[in-house]
Design a protein around this ligand. Structure first.
Ligand code: AMP
Length: 232
């Protein structure tokens, strides 16, 4: 199974990607996470990317295409993968097509998670993540059990990404509408058939997850939500 999770920043791609990765046992490739790892490691690529990311700008296409090209050749992608945050421009989508052709692979679905801008702003500015294990919370909608403490690893001190601050979020949403939204059209007119599965991304993560499974024709019936498994 090879899926693109498509949607504006804050649509819940990261949250849904973790569930889909577990359900289908596929690799989760997030260009945002891969770039943040480069920034944290202080590589030259990370230095160049970090400055652009902090302003809410996209990094150059060649940079992310190179990262993904390198990544999809790894063994953990052999059973399939889920792209989260890539492609984000038409040139990236075309580069992905060439990469897939080269490896005689194809895409199964482009899941478009749709959420109105006002709801996105509220979601993103309240988002916090654990700097230790990467778990994601929301101060209003998904608060940790103990304030400012990670439920998964008990690390204290949750972090707000610089690019999750309101001003930067507006810039990111504007970029999404201008540069990334046209991809939906690109994948709607894909040959031999449209790959786009539009999903309402409002409401609780469990509800959105069920809609995604339904949209890609997976069996929703005997699914135990990951949150319930963790509680058992
Ligand atoms: P994300 O975590 O997906 O919201 O990505 C965070 C930031 O990383 C974005 O605002 C961009 O600056 C950069 N980024 C991530 N993926 C891409 C991509 N496919 N193309 C260009 N820039 C990207």
């Amino acid at each position: 199974m090879r899926i693109i999770l498509f949607g504006p920043p804050g649509a819940g791609k990261g949250t849904q990607a973790v569930r889909l990765r577990e359900r289908f046992q596929i690799a989760h490739l997030s260009t945002g996470d891969l770039l943040r790892a480069e920034v944290a490691a202080g590589t030259s690529l990370g230095k160049e990317a970090g400055a652009l990311m902090a302003q809410g700008s996209l990094v150059p296409d060649e940079m992310v295409v190179g990262i993904i090209e390198h990544r999809i050749e790894k063994d953990d992608c052999k059973g399939g993968f889920l792209l989260d945050g890539f492609p984000r421009t038409i040139p990236q989508a075309k580069a992905l097509d060439s990469m897939l052709d080269k490896h005689a692979l194809s895409l199964d679905h482009v899941v478009s998670i749709e959420v109105p801008d006002e709801a996105l702003l509220e979601r993103i500015t309240g988002r916090r993540s654990c700097p230790n294990c990467g778990a994601v919370f929301h101060i209003q909608f998904m608060p940790p059990k103990v304030e400012d403490t990670c439920d998964a690893c008990a690390h204290q001190g949750l972090h707000q990404r610089d690019d999750d601050k309101a001003e930067t979020v507006r810039a990111r949403l504007e970029k999404f509408h201008r540069e990334t939204a046209p991809l939906k059209d690109f994948y709607s007119h894909y040959e031999p058939e449209s790959l786009v599965r539009s999903v309402d991304g409002t409401g609780k993560p469990d509800a959105v997850y069920a809609r995604i499974l339904d949209a890609i024709g997976a069996d929703v019936a005997d699914e135990t939500p990951p949150a319930m498994k963790a509680a058992n």
